[in-house]
Write a protein that binds this ligand. Structure first.
Ligand code: SME
Length: 158
């Protein structure tokens, strides 16, 4: 089985997400292993958008543990309510941070990171993991990212 992403380089961000979504669905279809799917989704997002860091943290007891990712070496454990990831888990909602230096308690795994979006994944109304994306540019993420990344993580929730 081989997969290639088909995207138009000149497309807008919204068009890119729109065309990526069904391709991601096809990419993980038929694969039931969550780690394998987290790994391929991280890769596909990194390949498509060139984000600085893309990856998953998985809920294990009272903390988040580093899962599959693409990017520089990262912190392995984050407590409930801590950092941007722990906040998205606690508040059960997507968190967009325009400037991580202004976010109280932000956990700097890599000082190059300037802005961030964290999207929780749910099963039975409980957060089971979070998708974390970092950019080395300020104010990189907006409601378009939130909207499509929420659609993307939905593919992983079942
Ligand atoms: N900045 C995150 C920690 C994870 S790294 O960015 C990969 C946070 O504050 O939760």
């Amino acid at each position: 089985m081989s997969h290639t992403l088909h995207l138009t380089p000149t497309s807008s961000k919204e068009e890119t997400y729109h065309s990526l979504l069904p391709q991601l669905k096809a990419l993980i279809e038929g694969e039931t292993d969550t780690i394998a799917n987290f790994a391929n989704i991280s890769s596909a997002l990194k390949m498509t958008f060139g984000f600085f860091w893309v990856g998953f943290y998985i809920v294990k007891k009272d903390e988040l543990v580093l899962g599959p990712f693409q990017g520089t070496i990262a912190c392995t454990r984050i407590k409930y309510g801590k950092g941007v990831c722990g906040t998205a888990w606690k508040e059960k909602k997507t968190v967009i941070v325009e400037d991580v230096n202004q976010f109280p308690g932000h956990i700097a795994c890599d000082t190059a990171s300037q802005s961030e979006i964290v999207v929780p994944l749910f099963r039975n109304d409980e957060v089971i993991a979070v998708l974390d994306i970092d950019s080395e540019h300020l104010n990189h993420f907006d409601e378009t990212d939130a909207h499509y990344l929420q659609q993307i993580v939905k593919l992983l929730e079942s």
